[in-house]
Structure formats: structure tokens, C-alpha cells
Design a protein around this ligand. Structure first.
Ligand SMILES: [Zn+2]
Length: 149
């Protein structure tokens, strides 16, 4: 076996990322992408979506709102529900692949014709149901009373 530079760079990249995530402050700045934003409605009627932990100063009346006033455990609960929905979709995809791939590889390549049907089922049956449930979770998200700073 010759020198494998590709796996080397991979490993190096992996190490640096685990090193980075082990430091709490950097991890916080790295993750807000996947987190549901918090919509703040100002007393003057302005609204704005911000990430949890962020501070927002209203453009119109200059009141300052701080999402850190939201108890961390309540926000974590919301995150858990959102994450569970995402896991459901991943799990359904994995199950479909776990059924289809062995059929095609082991039984017969003719089962490839099932893939369009599976994708149609996915698009028109699974995703709409899932989206509705996801939206309901978003609607049932708790409301918090913040106090301007
Ligand atoms: Zn305002």
C-alpha cells in the first residue's frame, strides 16, 4: 500500500473539528444553523427571527430583547422535538433503502423499477404528512414573555 494522502487529510480534518467542538464557546457559534430561530415580537409590532442566545435591538423603537431570558431547558425541549422529527425522516429513508437495496442487489435488478414508485410515495404521501406534523410542532412551540433590557 502506498502513502494514502486522502485518508490523511481526512483524519487531520476530523481531528481539528473534534478539537474545536470540545470547546464550548466555539461549538455554540458553529451550531445555530440547525436550530429553530426564535421570533421576537416587539411591543411596537416589529418582528424578527433570531437564533437562541442572540440579542436584538428593534429598528423602530430601539428596545433591546435578549433571548437568553428564555430558560435553556425549555428551549432544549423545543430542540428535542424538532430533532425527533428530523430523525423520523432520516429513519424512514433508511428503512426504504434497507428494503430496496437488498432487493435490487440480492434478489433481482428488476426491482429497480420500484424506485420511482418509492420516490412518488415519498414525495406525495410521506413528506406531506411529515411536513404537517412538523408545522404543528412549530405552531405548538412555547411562547415566552421577554422583558426589554
Ligand atoms: Zn420595537
Amino acid at each position: 500500500m502506498g502513502p494514502r494522502c486522502e485518508s490523511n487529510t481526512c483524519r487531520r480534518r476530523f481531528q481539528s473539528s473534534t478539537h474545536r467542538t470540545s470547546r464550548g464557546d466555539v461549538r455554540r457559534t458553529m451550531t445555530p444553523m440547525g436550530k429553530p430561530p426564535i421570533t421576537i415580537t416587539c411591543e411596537c409590532g416589529e418582528t424578527k427571527s433570531v437564533a437562541y442566545g442572540q440579542r436584538w435591538v428593534c429598528d423602530r423603537c430601539h428596545r433591546a430583547w435578549n433571548t437568553q431570558q428564555i430558560p435553556a431547558e425549555e428551549y432544549e425541549g423545543l430542540l428535542r422535538r424538532v430533532r425527533r422529527h428530523k430523525l423520523e425522516v432520516v429513519a424512514m429513508g433508511a428503512i426504504a433503502a434497507a428494503v430496496l437495496i437488498p432487493l435490487i442487489v440480492v434478489v433481482s435488478s428488476g426491482f429497480v423499477i420500484l424506485i420511482p414508485a418509492a420516490m412518488m410515495t415519498w414525495l406525495f404521501l410521506v413528506l406531506p404528512v411529515w411536513r404537517r406534523r412538523y408545522r404543528r410542532t412549530a405552531r405548538e412551540a412555547p411562547r415566552w414573555e421577554l422583558h426589554p433590557e
